[in-house]
Each structure stands twice: as C-alpha cells, then as structure tokens.
Design a protein around this ligand. Structure first.
Ligand code: 1PX
Length: 215
C-alpha cells in the first residue's frame, strides 16, 4: 500500500472533512482542517509530478501542524482558536521577523489559509464556467487575485508554468471522482460556501489578533 497521498482523490471526501471542520461555536478543528488539505494534496498528486513542488510545500506544512497536534501540547492545538491563543500567550510566534519560532503553528496555518482563498476562488470559477473554459486560466486568475500577492517572482513564475499543463475542464472534473459534470457542479455548489465559511472565520480571527502578515 502506498502512502495516503498516493490514494485516489474523491471530492466527496474533501467536502466531508471540511464539513467536520466547524464546531457548534464555529471554532475550526485543526485535525479536520489538515485532513481536508491532505485530501487536496491527493488530488494535486494525481495531476502529475509537475505539481510536486507545490504538494511538497503543502505536505511540509500539514506535517508541521500534525506534529503539534500529536505533540505533548496537543490539547492546545485542537482548534485554530485555541492554537492562536496558546502560541500567543506563550510567545511562540515570530510576529515581525523570523526569529526563534520560524515554524509556529500560526504562521504555518496562515500559508494554508491563504491557499484556501485561492481554492475558494478557483472552485467557484470551475463551478460557474462553461464546458470549453480553460482550467489554466481559471486557476491563474484565482491565483493572481489571492495567493500570488504573497509569493516572490520565482514562485509566481513556477506556479504559472505548472498551471499551463492542467488538464481541460472535462478531464479535470473527471479526476474528482464524483460522476457526470452536473453532479460535480452540484457538489461544488455545496463545497464552495463551506470552504468560504472556514476561510472567513480564520480570516477574522487572524485579523483581530493582527496575524495576517506573520513572517
Ligand atoms: C478539488 C480540487 C481542487 C484542486 C486542489 C489543489 C490543491 C492545491 C494545494 C495547494 C497548496 C499550496 C500551499 C502553498 C503554501 C504557500 O503559499 N507556501 C509558500 C510560502 O511558504 P513559506 O514557508 O516559504 O512562507 C511557499 O513558498 C510555496 C511554494 C510552492 C508554490 C506554491 C504555489 C501555489 C499555487 C497554488 C495552486 C495550486 C495549483 C493546483 C491546480 C489544481
């Protein structure tokens, strides 16, 4: 058996993990948040090795968070809210420049959080696009509106090159393993608002605590 990342992607599974993300109080469970990302990485891996540099970075960040979650202070990392409070109260975050805490949970999650905004924008485009729309265009538009602002030129360049080899819309929807295009579109209609809600809650928390520019 291969590692979890080699297994087949299925959009339903990602949708389910994002559903589990929010507690009744609208706190974000870290365990399900990283599980959602693991599912997305599976998808990325199924698109080919050109995306390897992207999935490698995502896996690296997922692993940092999982290590905290399963570490001796794991109970402080149950939700994003408790993680932020714990790390700030204990001065475990480099706030203005990189120092003794280059891999805090807060800064690591922020990277995935920014990528979640890209995902929301991209999936919304995918959902509302016509059959002959180019996924590469949807992907780069979503990227330029979000994540790219946080990336240096070289990364933007490499990302742009990777987008060019994305499969066309029909093949792309096929890899999602949901069924016919109409069904994928329906499922995206369910997934996008969920992803958006998780994004908004995290965004507000980070904004309140002044954490949106963590180095
Ligand atoms: C339902 C299917 C939808 C498709 C799912 C695809 C999942 C994509 C997962 C992307 C995760 C990207 C995480 C990037 C985090 C990041 O911004 N890292 C940078 C900063 O980190 P640092 O520690 O240095 O502060 C880091 O420099 C990143 C480097 C790798 C390049 C990131 C390019 C991101 C492009 C996102 C679009 C993915 C294209 C997928 C095509 C479907």
């Amino acid at each position: 058996a291969g590692s979890q990342e080699d297994q087949k992607f299925c959009l339903q599974e990602v949708l389910d993990t994002f559903k589990l993300c929010l507690s009744e109080k609208k706190d974000v469970y870290l365990e399900h948040y990283v599980a959602g990302w693991r599912g997305l990485v599976k998808f990325l891996n199924s698109l080919g090795s050109v995306f390897g540099f992207i999935s490698k970075d995502a896996v690296n960040k997922i692993n940092i968070l999982v290590t905290y979650l399963h570490g001796e202070n794991g109970s402080q990392y149950v939700t994003v809210q408790s993680m932020v409070k714990y790390e700030l109260d204990n001065e475990l975050v480099d706030l203005t420049k990189r120092g003794s805490h280059p891999e805090s949970g807060c800064r690591t999650l922020l990277r995935l959080h920014r990528a979640l905004r890209w995902l929301e924008l991209f999936l919304e485009r995918l959902r509302t696009s016509s059959e002959d729309s180019k996924t590469s265009v949807m992907c780069s538009e979503a990227y330029n509106e979000s994540l790219s602002q946080h990336h240096p030129w070289v990364v933007r360049k490499a990302a742009g090159m990777a987008f060019c080899v994305l499969p066309g819309r029909p093949a792309f929807l096929e890899v999602m393993n949901v069924g016919p295009p109409e069904q994928v579109v329906a499922m995206l209609g369910e997934a996008v608002p969920l992803i958006s809600e998780v994004y908004q809650i995290t965004e507000e928390l980070y904004a309140q605590q002044n954490l949106l520019d963590l180095p």
